[in-house]
Each structure stands twice: as C-alpha cells, then as structure tokens.
Ligand binder design. Structure first.
Ligand SMILES: C[S@@+](CC[C@H](N)C(=O)[O-])C[C@H]1O[C@@H](n2cnc3c(N)ncnc32)[C@H](O)[C@@H]1O
Length: 442
C-alpha cells in the first residue's frame, strides 16, 4: 500500500451501525443509488446498510455456533470498496469473536483501499486492526491464495464472474455471502441476461424476487457440486434493489452427487397432473375446483420450454435455516449494531438521529426471527396475489392469516419480503378457507 492521502480525504464522516466511516464527498452527493459511471471511483451505498448489519450478526452467530471449529477464522471482504463491511465486523462484533478473526479486504481499486486504510488508522475499530490485511488485486485470483471460512462477494451487478473461484477457495466448511444487483435479470424482467448468466427463466409475478433468489441458489449449488461441495441456504433476502444469499458450503462428494434433488421448477397455475407431481407431498387436491396458485416440480419433470408459466431451474428446498434465522432478533441487532446516544459524539448526532438509526437497524432484521418458524414451508403466499386468485375484494391481512392458520395447528409466519406475504405449511384448502373467512369472494 502507498501511504499518501487518498484524493478528497477526509471527505465526509458518517456512521453506519456503530461504526464511523469516511467517504469522498462526491459519493454522498451522487451515489445514493446503484453505481453509475458519473460517481466517484470509490463506492459507498447506504442502501446496503441492512445487508452489512445482517453480515455482522451472521458472522457472530457462525463463530459462536462452532461451525468453523475452535481455531482462527479466515474471512474475506471480497469486493471491499472502503472496507466498511469488514470494518463493521471488527468494530461491532464482541472481542471474543474478533479475537479469532483473520480479515482480508480485497479490491482492485487502489483509491478504495486507501480510504479503507486511512479510516482504520484515524479511527481504529474497537477491537483493533492487528488481524486485518489489505490486498490490491482481482478477487478472482486473490481468493485462491488460501482457504477461507468466510467469503463475501458484493459486486456491481452480477456475482457470476466471482462464484467459481470463491467456491474453490472455501475451507472444508465455510460461509459464502453473495449479493446480486442484477435484479432485473434474476427476477425475469431482463430475459436475455437471465438466460445467458443463469440459464434460467423467471415469471415476473409476485414471487419473482423469491424465484430470483432460488435461481441464484441453484446456480451456486451447481457450481459447488462441481467442486464436491454441497450448499445449505442460511438466509436469502430481497432488499429493495438487490438480492442476497448467505449459504453454508461443505465439502461432501456424497451430498454433491444429490444436488439435483434440491433443484426444479416453480409452475404458476398448475394443472392437476402437475400438482400431483409436486415436490410437496402434502399438497392437497383442491376443494371446489380452486387449484393452488403455484407449486414446485422436480427437475426431471417433462416441461414444454415455451410454457411461460415455468420459472427455473431453481432451488426448491428451504431458502433459509430456521436455527440461524431465529438468532436475528431486533434485540440482538441493536445490542451488536445499534448506536447509543453520546453527548461527546464526534458527529454530533441528536437523540432523534440515534433513534432513526436504531430504527433502521431494527428494520434490517424485521420478521426474520418470526419467519424462521416457517422458512422450510412450501407455501409462500403474497396476499395481493391470493386476493386476485380467489377474487376477493381486498387482500387478507397477512398477520391475521398467520394467526388463524396457527390456531388451526399449522406453522405460519410473516416474511421479510418486499411484498406483504406469509409462509406456511398449511394445506392449500386451509389457506383458502382462512382467506374466505376474512372476506367472502365478491
Ligand atoms: C459494490 S462495490 C462493493 C461495496 C462494498 N462491499 C460495501 O459494502 O461497501 C464493488 C467493489 O468491487 C470492486 N471490484 C470490481 N471488480 C473487481 C475485481 N475483479 N476484483 C476486485 N475488486 C473488484 C470495485 O472497485 C468496487 O469497490
């Protein structure tokens, strides 16, 4: 690393979570959305704050759950920009966790790493920087230098170019977090890039973002299988303009052989033959001719390639892990990441500012703990879609649907999803019955 001051230093002093950061003024002025060529070459996007907060929580959970054993944990902030994600790990995780961390920030933009280094010198993370390294270079090469327990891939656009080498670099057991901002492709609006990058199709309906997450998972699962590894989704989230998956990657030839068991299709408006072939053995045959809105079919199901009711190939298993997601409480998020009012605060935040920032921390984990109860359930019901399907005057309240289904003994939970929705293992009959109870069809 060069020791000169980066251009624009000291820029603006901001806070995200409990962590102070500096960014060039141009970033703040121009770069409040996805990256554009006009922006500063150094990247900071406040819209990704929630993803970084969840990363702090997941890393803390992983270290303490014993997933990585007892020794050192090699973590790579793969496309680091100003290194804020790794800086937040070192500043917001307890010392008992950071003591075990060996962190590397990688970026191919020298200015970005200078900003990262400079802020860490000026305002070192609470738990120090002894275990932090900076590497200038192409992630696709750097990542292969050693085995990693944790790799974060947070690119501009599609993560596809980085996945193969990242998987190869993983230790026997590791966690891979991947962001994708090519949401138009993954959610089916840009069909050509979806076919080119992911070899898939997605129907642009209320579940398009859920299908996009599953398409990404299916792609990563296939790549992992090539290298004798299996994946287990820990958390999959659609957050405004981007999709993000967090997966456990484990070396296992036996499990990798079975990768296709977790892949298949989502079919909209399935007919009775399709329903009978669904991967959900509990899917009941319909009452009164009202068929389910959609179902999953296995990969081997013979389908007509021009049938635009189909999305996939996609991951048909659970897109999260209930034990992991149950750790994502607002209390824990605030304990680790919530700023606290301090009259000597160097950015002079008022009580109101702190309250607003704490609310944003809460929002980043909203419903995740609840959703953990039903994350493995096959039905993900977007209530607007349910209302149209059943010809109801207005959508039923997802909260009331969850309460009623739970009263009937089913598992059901609100989702952390961009549309009001719930997940449940209830039969389709029960879902219809509950929706009708709240509002008879018009
Ligand atoms: C979206 S930004 C990362 C944001 C960052 N993770 C955060 O949370 O603020 C993507 C970064 O990847 C870097 N980059 C792009 N291609 C790269 C490559 N092949 N190898 C290493 N870094 C790369 C860019 O310079 C940019 O800083």
């Amino acid at each position: 690393m060069n020791d000169y001051e980066p251009e624009g230093w000291p820029g603006l002093l901001l806070r995200e979570g409990k962590t102070l950061l500096r960014v060039p003024k141009t970033v703040k002025e121009e770069n409040l959305g996805p990256h554009s060529k006009k922006n500063s070459s150094v990247f900071y996007n406040p819209a990704m704050a929630g993803s970084r907060t969840r990363s702090v929580l997941l890393l803390n959970y992983a270290i303490n759950s014993g997933i990585f054993g007892e020794g050192e944990v090699y973590a790579l902030d793969g496309l680091a920009a100003t290194g804020l994600r790794a800086r937040r790990w070192l500043n917001e995780l307890p010392l008992s966790s950071t003591n075990r961390l060996r962190v590397e920030m990688v970026d191919n933009n020298p200015e970005s790493l200078l900003w990262a280094k400079k802020i860490n010198e000026e305002l070192p993370p609470i738990n120090g920087t002894d275990n932090l390294n900076y590497t200038l270079g192409d992630l696709r090469k750097v990542v292969l230098n050693s085995g990693r327990h944790w790799v974060d891939i947070d690119p501009f656009g599609s993560p596809v170019p980085f996945i193969d080498s990242a998987i190869q670099s993983m230790a026997r057991v590791g966690i891979l977090e991947i962001s994708a901002t090519d949401s138009a492709a993954l959610t089916g609006s840009s069909k050509n890039p979806l076919v080119r990058r992911y070899g898939a199709r997605v129907k642009t309906d209320g579940l398009a973002q859920d299908s996009g997450l599953r398409v990404l998972l299916a792609n990563v699962a296939r790549i992992a299988a090539k290298y004798d590894r299996k994946i287990e989704p820990l958390m999959s989230i659609w957050d405004s303009h981007h999709l993000r998956i967090s997966i456990k990657v484990t070396k296992s030839i036996e499990a990798a052989n079975k990768v296709e068991n977790s892949l298949g299709w989502r079919v909209y408006s399935p007919d009775e033959v399709e329903i009978a072939s669904s991967v959900d053995p509990d899917l009941n045959f319909p009452l009164d001719g009202i068929l389910p809105m959609n179902c999953f079919l296995p990969l081997y199901y013979p389908k007509n390639y021009n049938d635009n009711r189909f999305s996939g190939p996609l991951w048909t298993g659970a897109i999260g892990d209930s034990e992991v997601m149950s750790y994502f409480t607002t209390e824990e998020a605030l304990r680790l990441c919530g700023p606290i009012y301090d009259e000597n605060d160097i950015i002079n935040s008022s009580h109101k500012d702190i309250e607003r920032e704490r609310k944003a921390i809460e929002k980043s984990v909203r419903n995740l703990m609840d959703e953990s109860r039903a994350i493995d359930c096959d039905h993900h019901i977007v209530v607007d879609d349910l209302a149209s399907w059943l010809k109801l005057g207005s959508p039923p309240s997802p909260r009331k649907m969850v309460e009623r289904l739970e009263n009937f003994g089913y598992r059901a939970a609100l989702t952390h999803y961009g549309r009001p929705s719930f997940r449940t293992n209830a039969t389709w009959e029960a879902i219809v019955e509950c929706a009708m109870y709240f509002q008879p069809p018009i």
